[in-house]
Design a protein around this ligand. Structure first.
Ligand code: PLP
Length: 442
């Protein structure tokens, strides 16, 4: 029997996918406005990708990187390197985002071993962030409910606030705040001892757990300065934001920074196969080599040939159809529609995000954005209502301050059309209206 996290919720059997649509076995159609979970970029059912998978499986389905490479894995690594700033070119493939987070932590450790700074073991995370479902991911991540579930096993990593100007956790205003939220990183490093902090990890734009919370101008530049000042590595978790999702190849490129390690996954294969990667700065690899320290990475399915062939075919498809630019264009269009909705629909207090990673925040009207009581499950109710109407959205909860707080995330495949964007917003608006009326929160 298949086991689910929430067995109460019924799951229809999906029998077909094409473009932005999925059909279940009863013939009901769904507009997949979150690409599964921010995964599908090129749309469902692209024949060229199925062909690339079959071709690779026929040639050779599996070899181990302990003995061999394949043309697909070498070419995909080079393709990813070419999407990133020059020094970020060393790619280690894994099978998921969580595994990529784990490898980023292990590489950081090897780097500081090579530098003879073995006490640098702390990884600084941010409240409200998500870096994977494993113990390491949850230890760096800052979603309070996820952390509660794994509490006895969590590593004691420190956290700073997630920058969210509309709800500044420090009660300040941008730009007069002078990016105090970024300076919290320096405070934590000073508090922990600069010889004990290895890395700072952040999603450039926070995905599901934050509902596309987007830091202000200058934030990551200041973070980079602090990391450089204290010799701390900056790890960008691009699992959601990578491969064009925010309208640029990688989310950090909205700021003028280059991370030391990039963690990525979802959009790499658009979900046609599981695949993740850590991409490491040349300086880190050179330090390991100079000290004769190996990165020490272990994963049976690293650079799985079929997954890599699929990743390569997907990235070629993205370029051929100019989909990153299309994502930026459709994102702006959807954002315009969402802003119109915000001005008309009471419980919508903020719309945010970049490209096709967009968040819609719901809070008590005329209350300075007071969150609804969590037991109302407002966001979940809206997502369920939308699903009944044939629209798939993701519901999220929590603000940097508490577990209460409701938001919906919209992250459709980049091939979505203007008419489909309009349909998404129309169903969303009706769903919010229906739930608001039913719960008496209008
Ligand atoms: N990092 C971020 C930002 C994510 O959103 C996720 C998953 O949603 C992960 C890491 C973990 O990826 P996976 O679920 O593939 O292990």
């Amino acid at each position: 029997m298949l086991l689910f996290d929430d067995p109460e919720q019924a799951r229809p059997t999906i029998s077909r996918g094409r473009g932005v649509y999925l059909w279940d076995s009863s013939g009901k159609r769904y507009l997949d406005a979150v690409g599964g979970v921010h995964v599908v970029t090129i749309g469902h059912g692209v024949e060229a990708i199925a062909d690339a998978a079959a071709k690779q499986a026929r040639m050779v389905a599996f070899t181990s990187t302990r003995q061999f490479v394949t043309e697909a894995s070498v070419r995909l690594a080079d393709t990813i390197g070419a999407l990133l700033p020059d020094p970020l070119k060393w790619v280690y493939f894994v099978s998921s985002g969580s595994e990529a987070t784990e490898m980023a932590v292990q590489i950081s450790h090897r780097y500081f071993t090579a530098r003879r700074e073995p006490n640098r073991t702390q990884i600084v995370g941010r409240w409200n962030s998500y870096h994977g479902g494993t113990v390491v991911g949850a230890s760096i991540g800052g979603h309070r409910l996820h952390r509660e579930r794994l509490a006895p096993y969590l590593l004691p990593f420190p956290h700073i606030n997630t920058p969210h100007c509309a709800r500044c956790p420090l009660g300040l205003r941008f730009p007069s705040c002078s990016l105090r939220c970024a300076d919290e990183l320096a405070d934590v490093i000073e508090r922990e001892g600069s010889d004990s902090v290895a890395a700072f990890m952040a999603e450039p734009i926070v995905g599901t757990t934050g509902g596309a919370i987007t830091p202000p101008v200058g934030y990551y530049e200041r973070i980079r300065e602090i990391c450089d000042e204290y010799g701390v590595l900056f790890i960008a978790d691009e699992v959601v934001t990578g491969f064009g999702r925010t309208g640029l190849n990688f989310g950090f490129s909205h700021w003028r920074v280059t991370p030391d390690i990039v963690v990525c996954s979802k959009g790499m294969t658009s979900g046609y196969a599981p695949l993740g990667a850590v991409v490491v700065h040349a300086r880190v690899i050179e330090t390991l080599r100079a000290a004769g320290v190996s990165p020490g990475l272990r994963s049976t399915y690293s650079a799985h040939p079929v997954s890599c062939a699929i990743g390569l075919a997907v990235q070629e498809y993205v370029v051929k159809h100019d989909l990153v630019r299309r994502c930026a264009r459709m994102g702006s269009y959807m954002m315009t529609l969402l802003k119109e909705m915000r001005d008309e629909v009471c419980p919508v207090t903020e719309v945010r995000g970049k490209g096709l990673l967009l968040g819609v925040e719901l809070a008590v009207a005329n209350s300075d954005r007071k969150p609804f009581a969590r037991n109302l499950r407002v966001a979940e109710n809206v997502a369920n209502e939308a699903r009944a109407a044939g629209l798939i959205l993701l519901a999220g909860s929590g603000t940097p301050q508490s577990i209460a707080g409701d938001h919906l995330v919209i992250s459709p495949p980049y091939i979505i059309t203007e008419q489909e964007c309009a349909l998404v917003v129309e169903i969303l608006k009706k769903s919010i209206g229906a739930v608001a009326e039913r719960l008496g929160i209008t």
